[in-house]
Design a binder for this molecule. Structure first.
Ligand SMILES: O=P(O)(O)OC[C@H]1O[C@H](OP(=O)(O)OP(=O)(O)O)[C@H](O)[C@@H]1O
Ligand SMILES: NC(=O)CC[C@H](N)C(=O)O
Ligand SMILES: [Mg+2]
Length: 506
C-alpha cells in the first residue's frame, strides 16, 4: 500500500507533490521519490527514508517543471533497497516514468515474457519495474503521435497481461499524465481539479486527503479498470479499459491503511470506521449483555474512531489510556519484526490512573502478527488493570495478502490456524472480541451502498483475481517471510537516470 501522486499544473509542481507525499506518508515509510518533467527532460530524486528526509532544498530546487509524479514506498516485492524505490523510468517509447501502488501476482511470468518476447530487460526485482515495462511495450505499438484513444488501448492490453492489484500514475514525455486502476479496483486512486486564471490543474492520488491539502476539488475515484489521461493543457479524458470490470476494493484500506479523513470509493473512511465500532459494540452486547467493562481504551492511532463510537454505543466511558509518541511512525509497516516489537514500546505508554483496579476493554483496528496487542495487554496489567479484554474492529487476519500489503507468510499471522479464543489466550487477554466479516462489509456498505463486494482475502482466503493457489502462496512465504527478508540486504546501486544525490553542493 504505497502512496502515489501525479500533478499537472500551470506552475512548478515540486512543492505540491512534496505536500501530497507528506500526507500520504502513512502508506509507506521506507522510501520516497519524485520525478518531474521539464522541457523534454525528466528529473529524479528518490531514496530510502521519510519524505522530509529524502527531499532537501537542493533537491527541490532541481525538480523543475509543471508536471510530476511522486511515491512513498512500503515494499511488497523485491528488496527495500534504494534501487527499487520509485518512480521508475524507461526511455522507450517516448520516455515514460511510473509510480505504482499494489502488487502484481504474475510478475515472474511477465518478466520472462518481457525478456524473451518483448526484448526488454528488467534490472531489479521490483514488480513495479515490470508493470512499467509492460505499459511501455504496449504503448510502443502505437504511432509517433499519441491520442487519448491510443493510450487507452495500451492500458487495455496491460489489463489483459497483468494480474494482481495495481494503481499506477505515469508521465509520458511530451504528451501528459496517465493513471490506471486494475480491473478489480483493489488499490485506490482518485483524481481532482483546481481552477486557476491560467487554466485547469489536475491531481491524481492514492487518497483524497492529498487533494484536500493541495486545494483540489475531488472529482471522483477511478473506477475498476478505468484509465485517465490528462493532456498538457490540463484537460482530462477517461475510459474504462477492462473487459470485465468489477469493483472489489481492498477492505483493509477501510480497516487500517487509509487515513480516516479520506473518501475512498465514495465512502468516508471515518464513517466506515465508526460503523465498525457500532457493529462490534452490538456483538459484545449480544454475546455478553451483562458485561462488567468499566472503560474503553483505544490503541492509538488507527483504532480511535471505532473505539469512541463503540464506547458510546456500549454506554461505557471512553478514555485515552495510552499516549503515543508522535515521532514514531506506524509499526505494522516497518520491515522487520525486531524493529516492530521495539517500536511498540517506544511508541505507546500507559497512564496508570486509567487502568488501576478497572476492567478495561482495549480496542484495536486489527490484530495481524499480534506484536502490538501482546505488549499492550502486558502494559495494561503492569498499570494495574484488574481484567483486560481485547476487541478487534476487524475479523481475524488468517491469510496472506498478495495485492500490496506486506503480509506474505501465513505462519506469521497470529490468527492463522487458531480459533478466536486461542488467539485471546495467546495474547494474554481475559476475553477477546472480533468483528464478524459480514458486519465489516456492512459497516462499509452503510456508508456507501454501492460498495457491494470487496477483496477480503486476508480474512477469508478468497483471492478475487482467481490466480492464487497453495503453490503460489508457498513460494511467496518462502521468499518473503521475515527471516528471508533479513538476509536479502538489497543492492543500493542505482542503474537509472541521473538521481539527485547527496553529494551535490547546496
Ligand atoms: O498485530 P500487529 O502485527 O501488531 O498489527 C496490528 C497493529 O498495527 C497497526 O498499528 P500501527 O502502529 O502500524 O499504526 P497506527 O498508529 O496507525 O495504529 C494497527 O493499527 C494495529 O495496531
Ligand atoms: N505497497 C506497495 O504498493 C508496493 C509497490 C511495489 N510492489 C513495491 O514493492 O515497490
Ligand atoms: Mg495501531
Amino acid at each position: 500500500m504505497c502512496g502515489i501522486v501525479g500533478l499537472l499544473a500551470k506552475q512548478a509542481v515540486n512543492q505540491g507533490i512534496y505536500d501530497a507525499l507528506t500526507v500520504l506518508q502513512h502508506r509507506g515509510q521506507d522510501a520516497a521519490g519524485m520525478m518531474t518533467w521539464s522541457e523534454g527532460r525528466f528529473l529524479l530524486r528518490k531514496s530510502n527514508g521519510l519524505v522530509r528526509d529524502v527531499f532537501h532544498t537542493r533537491h527541490m530546487a532541481r525538480l523543475k517543471g509543471n508536471l510530476g509524479i511522486g511515491h512513498v514506498r512500503y515494499p511488497t516485492a523485491g528488496s527495500s533497497s534504494e534501487a527499487e524505490s520509485q518512480p521508475f523510468y524507461v526511455n522507450s517509447p517516448y520516455g515514460i516514468a511510473l509510480a505504482h501502488n499494489g502488487n502484481l501476482t504474475n510478475s515472474e511470468q511477465l518478466k520472462q515474457e518481457l525478456f524473451s518476447t518483448d526484448l526488454r530487460h528488467i534490472n531489479t526485482s521490483s514488480d513495479s519495474e515490470v508493470l512499467l515495462n509492460v505499459f511501455a511495450h504496449e504503448l510502443g505499438k502505437q504511432g509517433l503521435h499519441l491520442e487519448a484513444e491510443d493510450i487507452f488501448d495500451a492500458v487495455r492490453r496491460v489489463h489483459r497481461r497483468c494480474k494482481g492489484g495495481y494503481a499506477a500514475v505515469a508521465i509520458i514525455n511530451g504528451f501528459g499524465m496517465v493513471a490506471f486502476r486494475d480491473p478489480h479496483g483493489i488499490r485506490p486512486v482518485v483524481f481532482g481539479t483546481r481552477q486557476t486564471d491560467s487554466g485547469q490543474e489536475v491531481m491524481i492520488a492514492s487518497e483524497s486527503v492529498a487533494l484536500d491539502v493541495g486545494g483540489f476539488e475531488l472529482e471522483r475515484d477511478l473506477g475498476p479498470g478505468e484509465a485517465i489521461f490528462v493532456d498538457m493543457q490540463g484537460q482530462f479524458h477517461t475510459q474504462v479499459c477492462a473487459d470485465r470490470p468489477q469493483l472489489r476494493s481492498c477492505i483493509f484500506e477501510h480497516v487500517y491503511l487509509a487515513r480516516p479523513d479520506s473518501i475512498l470509493d465514495g465512502a468516508y473512511v471515518y464513517g466506515t470506521r465508526m460503523q465498525m465500532g457500532r457493529k462490534l459494540g452490538d456483538r459484545i452486547l449480544s454475546e455478553w449483555p451483562d458485561h462488567d467493562i468499566d472503560v474503553v481504551i483505544p490503541i492509538p492511532d488507527t483504532s480511535r474512531t471505532s473505539a469512541l463510537e463503540m464506547a458510546q454505543h456500549l454506554g461505557v466511558t471512553y478514555r485515552e489510556g495510552f499516549m503515543k509518541n508522535r515521532y514514531i511512525g506506524r509499526t505494522f509497516i516497518m520491515p522487520g519484526q525486531t524493529q516492530r516489537k521495539k517500536s511498540v514500546r517506544q511508541k505507546l505508554n500507559a497512564i496508570d490512573v486509567e487502568f488501576k483496579g478497572k476492567n478495561v476493554l482495549l480496542v484495536d483496528d486489527s490484530i495481524v502478527r499480534g506484536t502490538t496487542c501482546k505488549q499492550i495487554i502486558q502494559m495494561a496489567r503492569d498499570a494495574g488493570a484488574r481484567k483486560v479484554y481485547f476487541a478487534s474492529a476487524a475479523p481475524p487476519v488468517r491469510y496472506p495478502n498478495v495485492y500490496g500489503i506486506d503480509m506474505p507468510a501465513a505462519v506469521e499471522l497470529i490468527a492463522h490456524g487458531r480459533t478466536e479464543e486461542e488467539v485471546g489466550e495467546l495474547i494474554g487477554a481475559d476475553r477477546i472480541f472480533y468483528q464478524d466479516l459480514e458486519d465489516l462489509k456492512n459497516a462499509c456498505r452503510e456508508v456507501n451502498p454501492e460498495m457491494e463486494a470487496f477483496d477480503c482475502s486476508v480474512f477469508d482466503g478468497n483471492y478475487v483475481t482467481g490466480d492464487i493457489d497453495e503453490a503460489y502462496l508457498a513460494v511467496l512465504e518462502a521468499s518473503r517471510n521475515d527471516s528471508a527478508k533479513d538476509q536479502s540486504a538489497g543492492d543500493h546501486a542505482l542503474v537509472d537516470m541521473h538521481n539527485q544525490d547527496d553529494d551535490l553542493d547546496d
